[in-house]
Ligand binder design. Structure first.
Ligand code: PLP
Length: 396
């Protein structure tokens, strides 16, 4: 079967991290004396923002209409308004520079299929951080590209390292995924990092996809966005840039399946074309809820306080290490992540994720996720403190 066949590409992908976790725990039982704490999945578990029910009720008749692929009024405009107020953008056109998405997971996957040309003479590379949100890897492989892994290690503050990459590698790169704030490490891209990437993208002709889903969850400084940096460098058309963001984290609405794609109009047009064949548009009543969520910062501020308090509570009890700059994840160094994860489950009824499941082996055989576990602080402040207390008692 040809290397190009979809079946061969799919076979290259391993099981998704949570499937691997199920297997790891197959012969284990959580300590029955304790209530289970699930710090494995990054699923916010905060109360539903109060406006959701009312907006849904007011727009329920929209279920009897087909929604548009590009999104219907008022959602694209609400997204444009949010991007302007959040990042100080002077101009972003909701009809050509914005698309709505049924969650960014879908969008992050499909974008590689829209932007990578697998029929090129040389197999195109898709760069991504290692460890990473696994969708980038799956997207690159199924789009017929070769993932090129950028190690994110503590010596570099967990930034995906851009040094020592050969000219040939850059020349073969079709696109790069950046995740800022990062799941799982909490690293945040600064102005210089994004500026350097833009310079490289111009020099070597590739695209930048910035996954900024955790942009509203940060410890101290509000994260910069790629579009903002592009504008500050005079790139008012956001050439080569696409940004993805989501209501799953900022608004704690993962079940709404709603996100945004914004940036370069040419890339948006390519994505929209592919999506007109593949994608299901977001149901109208849900688009109205999404528009309301992008238009309200009160609930976002409330959520941020809970996440910050949870991080503080965790580290107060844990007693060492640095609070991550962004996201609600703790990226905890441990000797043997799988052994630690099983012990935490059996002894303390805690589910967490071995870091290697979020990484992949690079050309040197290094999985930069190994030696860490990821904890998601998504259950409120008390549980975060209890989680640290329980993990301190784990014996391996
Ligand atoms: C880094 C990152 N990007 C994207 C997503 C996808 O979010 P959604 O599809 O809910 O918008 C997630 C979800 O966990 C994530 O961690």
């Amino acid at each position: 079967m040809s290397e190009k066949s979809t079946q061969v590409r799919l076979e290259r992908l391993g099981a998704y991290p949570f499937e691997r976790l199920k297997k790891l725990f197959a012969d284990s039982r959580p300590n029955p004396a304790l209530t289970h704490i699930d710090a494995g999945a990054g699923e916010p578990r905060l109360p539903l923002p109060e406006f959701v029910q009312d907006v849904l009720n007011a727009n329920i008749s929209g279920f009897s209409k087909y929604p548009a692929t590009r999104g219907n009024a008022p959602l694209p405009q609400a997204i444009a308004d949010w991007l302007k107020q959040r990042y100080g953008l002077k101009d972003i056109d909701p009809t050509t520079q914005i698309l709505t998405a049924n969650g960014t997971r879908e969008a992050l996957f499909v974008i590689a299929h829209a932007l990578v040309n697998p029929d090129a003479d040389i197999k195109p590379l898709v760069m991504m951080p290692n460890p990473m949100y696994q969708i980038y890897y799956g997207a690159a492989v199924t789009a017929g590209a070769e993932p090129y892994l950028l190690p994110c290690v503590s010596e570099h503050g967990f930034a995906p390292v851009l040094d020592d990459i050969s000219v040939e590698t850059w020349q073969n790169t079709a696109l790069i995924y950046v995740c800022s704030p990062s799941n799982p490490t909490g690293w945040i891209a600064g102005h210089d990092y994004y500026a350097r990437l833009l310079e490289l993208a111009d020099q070597y002709d590739f695209y930048i996809v910035a996954d900024e889903c955790y942009s509203e969850i940060y410890w101290q400084d509000k994260p910069l966005g790629l579009l903002e940096v592009a504008q500050n460098l005079g790139r008012n058309d956001y050439a080569r840039c696409l940004v993805m963001n989501s209501l799953s984290k900022r608004s704690a609405l993962p079940g709404l399946r709603s996100g945004l794609i914004a940036g370069d109009a040419n890339l948006i047009a390519r994505f929209a074309k592919l999506r007109s064949y593949t994608g299901s548009a977001t149901p109208l009543p849900l688009q109205h809820v999404a528009a309301a969520a992008w238009s309200d910062e009160v609930h976002v501020k409330r959520h941020l306080e809970v996440y910050r308090d949870s991080l503080k509570a965790f580290f107060d009890v844990w007693g060492e290490g640095d609070v991550p700059a962004g996201s609600f994840f703790v990226w905890l160094p441990v000797k043997n992540a799988e052994v630690f994860a099983v012990a935490a489950y059996e002894q303390q009824a805690v589910t967490l994720l071995p870091g290697s499941y979020l990484g992949a082996e690079d050309a040197e055989g290094l999985n930069a996720g190994a030696g860490f576990v990821r904890l998601a602080l998504v259950d409120g402040v008390e549980k975060a403190a209890e989680l640290a207390d329980r993990l301190k008692k784990v014996k391996v």
